[in-house]
Ligand binder design. Structure first.
Ligand code: COA
Length: 379
């Protein structure tokens, strides 16, 4: 009989430092983040979101015609089916937590997907394309439905970021807004074995399907220790109210052992490179909309946290004021994270299948032993 390996003393709460798989998608070394070998700074400055999607899924940059095809396919898939629109309209959108709405609608998409029973690589690539287009429209459509507004169809010839703003607001974004938002999508597209990508990989490892894995990932992204932090950052800034109140608020939060949202990271100890790019964007965009104090407060909290705890901001810290300056409702900041991160999730799911082994860790038992069953009548 084969021996069962048990590492009783090797418990690592939160799996810190555990290497759970090999991946060629993205990498964090020190404070350098790369997607398929390209630094995030290079991609943020030079790439569009669609180029990043192609890169993550194909391990190389697209040529001109491949990029055009991808843009066209994404655009086609942004048009939601009648069944999906009906479901969205039937759900209690006004009451719903946006991530719950997104999770439910995404889960339902498998039921109308032509490739539902096919987990082959080409079918998964088609489903990844569909999901990326659909998630963009579901998030934008959710906000319109809850506000009693008609849905807006995507415009052909425009990218996913441009169309997200257009489908959300009903207005064509100016070039600067479209470019800045596209950069945000590039920055959020993937991040090595983060909590939601891991969750997607765990679901995939049972040889379940891509819709199930993405649904798991959305549920995981929702939490405030992961993607849910961006929304909480803005709420914290609004609660603090002004620059002078930051010091006292943070001192009190630390005394209460509360987590300051958007600060700290499991892997980056010398700073998150995405936060540096978003910080500059936040500085500019908050000034443009006459809310520079929000940036100043963020910078102050950033300084205090570095000084008092040696902790630095992560991607969610400055993206909060960036999205606020772009005019997005606070409670859809986390769904907007999903509009981009779907690219990374799909890459991880497609990487998991061909090199799979089911994820099945052990737990060190710390409960009661030797219990004897008491019949119901005697309890
Ligand atoms: N505010 C205050 N203290 C924090 C903190 C924060 N945001 N993040 C970490 N710390 C402190 C912890 O209290 C702990 O201190 P201690 O050693 O004195 O107990 C220490 O730093 C280590 O934190 P820990 O929670 O063990 O780190 P982790 O690797 O398990 O968690 C995060 C990483 C990102 C989940 C954590 O930093 C956090 O909760 N940040 C806020 C939520 C957030 O922004 N999430 C988005 C991540 S991209």
């Amino acid at each position: 009989m084969a021996e069962v390996k048990v590492y009783e003393d090797a418990i690592d709460k939160g799996l810190e430092g555990i290497v759970a798989c090999t991946t060629k998608i993205s990498s964090i070394q020190g404070n350098t983040l790369t997607y398929r070998g390209y630094t995030i700074e290079d991609l943020a400055a030079n790439s569009t979101f669609e180029e990043v999607v192609f890169l993550l899924w194909n391990d190389r940059l697209p040529n001109k015609s491949e990029l055009e095809t991808l843009k066209k396919d994404l655009n086609t898939n942004m048009k939601l089916s009648g069944e999906t629109v009906s479901l969205m309209k039937a759900l209690p959108a006004k009451k719903a937590i946006p991530m719950d709405f997104l999770r439910t609608v995404v889960s339902s998409l498998s039921m109308t997907d032509a490739d539902v029973a096919d987990n082959s690589e080409p079918a998964n690539m088609r489903k990844a394309l569909r999901l990326t287009g659909q998630i963009c429209s579901i998030v934008a459509g959710f906000d319109r439905i809850r506000n009693g507004q008609p849905l807006v169809e995507p415009k052909s010839g425009q990218g996913l970021g441009w169309n997200f703003v257009y489908m959300l607001t009903g207005k064509e974004p100016d070039a600067e807004l479209a470019k800045n938002f596209d950069t945000c999508l590039v920055l959020h597209a993937d991040h090595e074995i983060n909590c939601s990508a891991f969750s997607a990989r765990v679901t995939t490892s049972s040889l379940s399907d891509i819709h199930s894995a993405v649904t798991s990932a959305i549920g995981t992204l929702k939490g405030p220790l992961h993607g849910g932090a961006n929304e909480q950052v803005l709420r914290m800034l609004q609660k603090i109210g002004d620059l002078e109140a930051c010091e006292e608020f943070i001192t009190q939060a630390l005394a209460d052992k509360a987590k300051v949202m958007g600060i700290g990271h499991r892997v980056y100890k010398d700073g998150d490179p995405r936060a540096k790019i978003l910080r500059q964007m936040s500085d500019k965009l908050t000034a443009k909309v006459g809310k520079h104090v929000l940036y100043e407060m963020s910078a102050k909290i950033d300084d205090i946290m570095q000084e008092k705890k040696g902790l630095m901001p992560n991607v969610d810290f400055y993206s909060a004021t960036v999205y606020h300056s772009m005019g997005f409702p606070t409670d859809i900041f986390t769904p907007i994270f999903a509009v981009s991160r779907i690219a990374g999730w799909c890459a991880h799911i497609m990487e998991q299948y061909p090199n799979n082994r089911i994820y099945r860790p052990r737990g060190k038992y710390a409960g009661k032993t030797g219990q004897k069953f008491t019949p119901l009548a005697s309890r």
